[in-house]
Ligand binder design. Structure first.
Ligand code: SF4
Ligand code: SF4
Length: 249
């Protein structure tokens, strides 16, 4: 059997999720013995044309060129995995979806007429079918390794779709919202970070996006009781996963 090929591509993003791939270090070396890295510009200058067995895509669609590129990558990839909040929910740059891009460009750029961009930042799945969406800003390395090994073994990834609260409980952490009155998005946020912020006595900021069937309506009065104004509530839900349908409801 041929050695499977792995490709990593970037769209509009900060590279943080690709850095998480590099942060796998020892595991990546073991993985490199099982796959041929055909395209991953942050790790190697070797560039092989598709088709690829597994393709990881970081970043959101913000230009017409991105939209064309993702269609091409879909056609060239047996398995296409969107990684990170940008690729799964439009990312921080989806804040543009609530404003006027032409107005931003006129303020930021000396020659806005040179800027070719879409009015919105959207997830990869809004443009092409994806085989898996891996959440997080950035993604979690252990979840990434599970996704990669699962697809290379020909099975589905086994990742929780519960809330960050379940990770808090497994770690035996004291709830910062109950004990300290600190606002926390953990009850509606997808598990994956290992309850990182609550472990440091901070509320969850929601960087892993909405869990399956989040009960946002029940959480909002708790956030207000913890001292958040309506504007604060809007802002905290609009941070990392602004375009996510799960929270806009
Ligand atoms: S999801 Fe976050 S860490 Fe990953 S590329 Fe986007 S902004 Fe960077
Ligand atoms: S600290 Fe936040 S994530 Fe942890 S149990 Fe409390 S509400 Fe849930």
């Amino acid at each position: 059997m041929d050695t499977p090929t792995l490709a990593v591509f970037k769209l509009a993003s900060c590279d943080g999720c690709q850095l998480t791939v590099l942060d796998c270090e020892d595991e990546l070396l073991a993985l490199a013995g099982r796959v041929r890295i055909a395209h991953f510009l942050e790790a190697t200058s070797a560039v092989e044309p598709g088709p690829y067995d597994v393709t990881l895509v970081e970043g959101s669609i913000t230009t017409a060129a991105d939209a064309e590129r993702i269609r091409q990558l879909r056609a060239e990839s047996k398995v296409l995995v969107a990684i990170g909040a940008c690729a799964t929910a439009g990312g921080i740059q989806a804040l543009r979806n609530f404003g006027d891009v032409a107005e931003f460009a006129s303020v930021v750029y000396a020659r806005p007429d040179y800027i070719e961009t879409l009015a919105t930042s959207t997830a990869v799945a809004d443009h092409v079918p994806v085989d898996f969406e891996l959440r997080g800003c950035p993604i979690d390395k252990h979840q990434l390794l599970e996704v990669l090994t699962a697809f290379l073994a020909g099975r589905k990834p086994d990742l929780p779709d519960t809330s960050v609260c379940t990770e808090c409980k497994r770690r035996g952490l004291t709830c910062v919202m109950v004990a300290d009155g600190t606002p926390c998005l953990g009850p509606v946020t997808h598990a994956g970070c290992g309850a990182l912020c609550p472990a440091y006595r901070r509320g969850c900021f929601g960087c892993f996006g909405p869990m399956t069937k989040p009960n946002v309506a029940a959480l909002i009065p708790r956030l207000r009781a913890a001292g958040m104004s309506d504007g604060d509530v809007d802002r905290v839900f609009h941070t990392f996963n602004a375009a996510s349908a799960g929270w806009s409801s």
